[in-house]
Design a protein around this ligand. Structure first.
Ligand code: DX5
Ligand code: ZN
Length: 228
C-alpha cells in the first residue's frame, strides 16, 4: 500500500508581522486561508533574539480560531510550557538541543491534549530523533539558524528533510514534517518534494501582496503521494 502524505499546511510566522499591530496580522492570516499560525518564542539565550511570551498568545487567542503553532526557542522549555498551553497553544514545538528529557516532555505535551513537536537546528542530524519518532506529531527541521526572519534557506537542510521523510516512511508513521526559515513559493516546492508538509512562512507571507494566492498554491487542494 502506498502511504499518503499529509495535506500541505501553511503556517505564517507573526515574527515577520508589524509588532505594533498583531491583530492586523491575525486578520490577514485568517483571510489568506492559511490553516495554522506560527509563533516564535525567543529567550535571548537559546537564540540571540527576544520576542514575545504567553501574554501575546493569550491575547491573540481571543481574536482567531486559527491553530496556534507555538515554536519555543528557549532553554529548558519544559519549565515554561504550561503557560503557553494555558494561553491557548494548539501545538508546542521545542528544540531537541534545549531539553535533556525529550521523550518525557513530548509525552507531557500530549497529555495536555496538544500536538507535540520537536525541532532541530541545521547542525543537528535528523538521526538523533530516531528514538522519539513514536512520540512526535511534528518534526520541525530548521532551514536557517534560528533567531531571525528574513534569512536565506540553507539548501543542505533539504537533504535532512528527505532523510526525515524516509525515517517517517520506514517507521510507518504519519507525523508532520515542518520546515521553517527562508520558505517562499519556490523553496516550499523544493521542501514539499523532499517530504515536508508544514511550511512556516514569515517574510515571504507578510511581504506578499497576494497572500491568499500564495497560500492556495502551496496548500493545494488535496493529498499527494508521499515522495519518500
Ligand atoms: C526563525 C523563526 C522563523 C521565522 C521565519 O528563527 O523560527 O519562524 O519567523 O521567517 P522567514 O520565513 O522570514 O525566514
Ligand atoms: Zn519558527
Amino acid at each position: 500500500m502506498i502511504k499518503k502524505m499529509n495535506k500541505a499546511i501553511v503556517s505564517p510566522s507573526i515574527l515577520s508581522a508589524d509588532h505594533a499591530n498583531f491583530e492586523k496580522a491575525v486578520i490577514e492570516i485568517d483571510a489568506s486561508g492559511a490553516s495554522w499560525l506560527h509563533m516564535d518564542i525567543m529567550d535571548g539565550s537559546f537564540v540571540p533574539n527576544l520576542t514575545f511570551g504567553p501574554q501575546l498568545v493569550h491575547a491573540l487567542r481571543k481574536k482567531t480560531k486559527a491553530f496556534f503553532d507555538v515554536h519555543l526557542m528557549i532553554t529548558q522549555p519544559s519549565r515554561l510550557f504550561r503557560e503557553f498551553a494555558d494561553a491557548g497553544a494548539d501545538a508546542i514545538t521545542f528544540h531537541y538541543e534545549a531539553e535533556v528529557h525529550s521523550q518525557k516532555f513530548l509525552a507531557e505535551i500530549r497529555s495536555f491534549g496538544l500536538k507535540a513537536g520537536i525541532a532541530i537546528v541545521p547542525s543537528t542530524p535528523v538521526s538523533i530523533l530516531e528514538e522519539v519518532l513514536p512520540f512526535i506529531d511534528i518534526a520541525l527541521i530548521m532551514t536557517v539558524n534560528p533567531g531571525f526572519s528574513g534569512q536565506e534557506l540553507i539548501p543542505e537542510c533539504l537533504e535532512k528533510v528527505k532523510k526525515m521523510s524516509k525515517m517517517r516512511k520506514d517507521a510507518g508513521l504519519s507525523f508532520r514534517i515542518s520546515v521553517d526559515g527562508g520558505i517562499n513559493e519556490a523553496t516550499a516546492e523544493k521542501a514539499a518534494d523532499a517530504g515536508a508538509d508544514v511550511f512556516v512562512i514569515g517574510s515571504a507571507f507578510f511581504n506578499s501582496s497576494g497572500k491568499k494566492g500564495l497560500v492556495d498554491r502551496i496548500q493545494g487542494d488535496g493529498i499527494k503521494e508521499n515522495p519518500a
